[in-house]
Design a protein around this ligand. Structure first.
Ligand SMILES: Nc1nc2c(ncn2[C@@H]2O[C@H](COP(=O)(O)OP(=O)(O)OP(=O)(O)O)[C@@H](O)[C@H]2O)c(=O)[nH]1
Ligand SMILES: [Mg+2]
Length: 439
């Protein structure tokens, strides 16, 4: 996000505030200072998206996590003092904490402790609008919670362990909760499967169209570009994970086959695996696409890292073999000419746009040209008794020429090999086809 969220508000005297967050991280030896500050800035962005102000930060260089408390005991004293001085009410760790580590840290630091996964889950929770997104987020939250139940109830055993008859109450409660949560998870999975089946029906209806999917790091400008290209008004905001569901619109109305464009959830480094699993069907929109528009915010210093992450998530969801067109966005924010030149040299095929300030017609043209290349032109004779199929021909292909003769309607049509196959199944084809664009 814009600005530097790490520069927190000014400190005044008084009690710790629940909105003030203190960021904690471990710096691995193979992590440069620049990489470290980059990840910390991203953590700060995530925290701001949840509504926190960043009150301070502490990074310790350490090869491995302390298994019980993440940081060593001496460091923990220092952290606790800094948190108190910063009047922070919550500490956020840039990584995943085991249930035990989270609890131990809370005890030592005397504030609520969140890890990166919890933070992202909470953003997803706030931004989920559609029913499917809400179910997916709830599923991910419960999956995250399940192994942590023991910790939540351990205090019952500790506190009442001495009183006869109450020992083991916590354990019982854990078992009850676990069963409830497992049941709820099963129900959510069932509902999501149902929604996914509905999506499959939709998919088969769209089988005769070209599908383009916008992918990229969160906040790259995917929704802004989608709005620009399809003249719609999807929420585009300067916050992380503004979009959590996929929306599909017709990109070029009069193109045959039609070209559909889908906007979807943004990617991020180390996307919690609970979320990847439960958002699988939303992310599959990208896997099923014929072309991916990989949008990259060139105004962001770490644009290369964002490309790497996007590539990695695409691999995870099995979408890495889909052809892609790299589009650098937010070029209006790039003051650094060297960056622009480097991106142009490294990605000579890429487009450079500013979705916020330009009409982005070249993107549309490039998409149409891409599909044109994969299309084939063929003559077609439609006998008058097959007249009823003419509608389908117009729907599934572009009709370049029509002549009404005695023996029937002579057409020259252009479409994908798959669509031509479908037309052939209904109408006999006259002669050999030629590739589109060849004389
Ligand atoms: N300056 C500038 N800002 C842009 C441009 N494109 C998008 N933005 C801004 O970047 C922010 C994020 O845009 P979105 O379109 O919501 O980004 P997104 O990729 O859909 O983000 P998620 O849905 O969170 O993954 C918004 O504040 C946009 O106004 C651009 O070309 N130039
Ligand atoms: Mg969006």
């Amino acid at each position: 996000m814009r600005g530097n969220p790490l520069r927190g508000g000014s400190l005044k005297g008084g009690a710790a505030s629940p909105e003030r967050a203190f960021l904690l991280a471990l710096q691995a030896p193979d992590h440069s200072d620049a990489q470290q500050s980059e990840t910390l800035e991203e953590l700060a962005d995530l925290a701001v998206s949840v509504g926190y102000t960043c009150a301070g930060q502490l990074v310790q260089q350490r090869g491995h996590m302390h298994p019980g408390t993440v940081f060593g005991s001496g460091k923990l004293v220092e952290i606790q003092e800094e948190i108190a001085a910063a009047e922070a009410g919550v500490a956020i760790f840039d990584g995943n904490l085991s249930p035990g580590q989270g609890q131990n840290l809370e005890k030592k630091l005397k504030v609520m402790v969140l890890d990166r996964t919890q933070l992202i889950l909470s953003i997803f929770g706030r931004n989920a609008r559609t029913r499917e997104a809400r179910l997916q987020v709830e599923l991910a939250q419960l999956e995250y919670m399940l192994p942590r139940l023991v910790g939540l109830w351990a205090h019952l055993d500790r506190e009442r362990g001495g009183i006869a008859g109450t020992k083991g109450m916590g354990e019982k409660q854990v078992n009850i909760d676990r069963t409830l949560i497992r049941n709820r998870i099963a129900k959510l999975k069932g509902d999501l499967r149902q929604l996914s089946r509905e999506r499959t029906t939709q998919k088969s209806r769209r089988a005769n169209c070209f599908r383009v999917s916008l992918v990229g790091y969160t906040n790259a400008g995917k929704s802004t570009l989608m709005n620009r290209l399809t003249d719609t008004r999807l929420a585009a905001e300067n916050r992380l994970f503004a979009t959590l569901d996929s929306t599909t619109r017709v990109l070029v109305e009069d193109n045959r086959p039609r070209i559909l464009l889908s906007d979807t959830v943004g990617f991020i480094k180390r996307l919690p695996h609970e979320l990847v699993a439960s958002f699988r069907s939303t992310l599959e929109v990208a896997r099923d696409a014929d072309l991916l528009l990989m949008l990259v915010d060139l105004g962001h210093e770490n644009w290369r890292g964002h490309i790497e992450t996007t590539e990695q998530v695409l691999r995870e969801i099995g979408a890495d073999s889909v052809p892609r067109l790299v589009v650098f966005n937010q070029v209006d924010r790039v003051d650094d000419r060297v960056r622009l030149l480097m991106a142009k040299r490294q990605f000579p095929e890429a487009l450079f746009i500013s979705a916020l300030t330009e009409d982005c017609a070249p993107v549309k043209e490039r998409i149409v040209a891409f599909f044109e290349l994969s299309m084939v032109t063929t003559p077609l004779l439609l006998e008058y008794r097959d007249y009823g199929e003419l509608d389908k021909v117009y729907q599934w292909s572009r009709v370049d020429e029509v002549r009404y003769e005695e023996d029937g309607i002579h057409l020259t049509i252009t479409s994908t090999p798959a669509n031509l196959e479908r037309i052939r199944a209904k109408v006999p084809v006259e002669t050999q086809s030629t590739a589109a664009g060849t004389p």
